[in-house]
Design a protein around this ligand. Sequence first.
Ligand code: SF4
Length: 388
Amino acid sequence: MFALVAGIYIHIPFCRKACYYCNFHFSTSFQIREEMIQAMLKEISLQAAYLKNQSIETIYFGGGTPSALPTENLQQLLEEVKTNFKVIGDAEVTLEANPDDITVESLKQWKEIGINRLSIGIQAFQDELLTNWNRSHSSAQGLSAIALAQEAGFGNITADLIYGGPGLTDEDWLSNIQRLVDSDIPHISSYALTVEPNTVLAHQIKKGTSSEPDDELANHQYEILQAKLKEAGFIQYEVSNFAKPGMESKHNKNYWTGAHYLGIGPSAHSFDGVSRQWNIANNVKYIKALESGEIPFEKEELTKTQQFNELVMTGLRTSMGIDAQRIAILGESYTSYLKSEIQYHMDQGKIVINAEGNYSLKPAYYFFADGIASDLFFVEAAPETDLS
Ligand code: SF4
């Protein structure tokens, strides 16, 4: 069903260190932090009409490393959002936090300004791996971060883990999962190590100083993850996301169900139901443009084909499945196309019709979700001309 709520994503483009595998937009220099905050405050006020008075159910500080900002800056941004948008009383307010930023004092301050969900970037509990990836924290900091957050009263916590990378044995992997299960947090996200272009990791592989992640190993460790978390009472609601019942990320779920969202900050994306837009991924240019009252972004209107392909992609990645009602709105011919193309995967037992009447991928095939989705895409230049 269509969501009537909207979300705001705030991209903080600074990190203390550059992780070798990461291709997100960030800078390790904090010199222009104050100018950046001023520019982002301005963007929030200039975008006050973007979500057309919809209620804001979720606010998400991502990055980058939002926890590396002084709390005062986070508070300024939150206040500006509340001044310009209709934020509901019990909005989910998430802060991505790295373990080395988590202290008794920072937790107290975050709680005071209204952060009520923490996403902790643990990634692994092996110091050698963390060093190889150039992470800014140690394994011990990872463990104490979760305990400190719980002691400070944060119940809604998620942590990230990486699998499939060179040097991560199955034994390490099992113990990493077990540590999170034992810590009693209600949500876990886990991603395969991937080699993105122009990263240090890509360069190391080219030079031969690091080996390439092995797909088979990644698939095997993904199966371990699914089995262990199921046994521990987690529900897999998306390819990379697992939650105890009722503890799913509202922010991410809204993305997947077509809710509108506004992205603030360099490289942030926004969606208003009809078009997508994305801000320039350059800190200095972003600040300069905002100083002269302009938001530097590019925009595209989504064609029916793009909407169809996105619905297929997100649908197969989530337990909700491909939203039949939203496909139907695109036109009967899209429904018939999907029905005929998907039959092959249904015959193979990979896709079923779920309780909501949507096509959904069986969890055993989630690892291959993107490949199966791309089999179902329209590839014609302008198929809606022929189909509508
Ligand atoms: S802390 Fe996060 S955003 Fe920053 S470099 Fe590492 S993975 Fe990328």
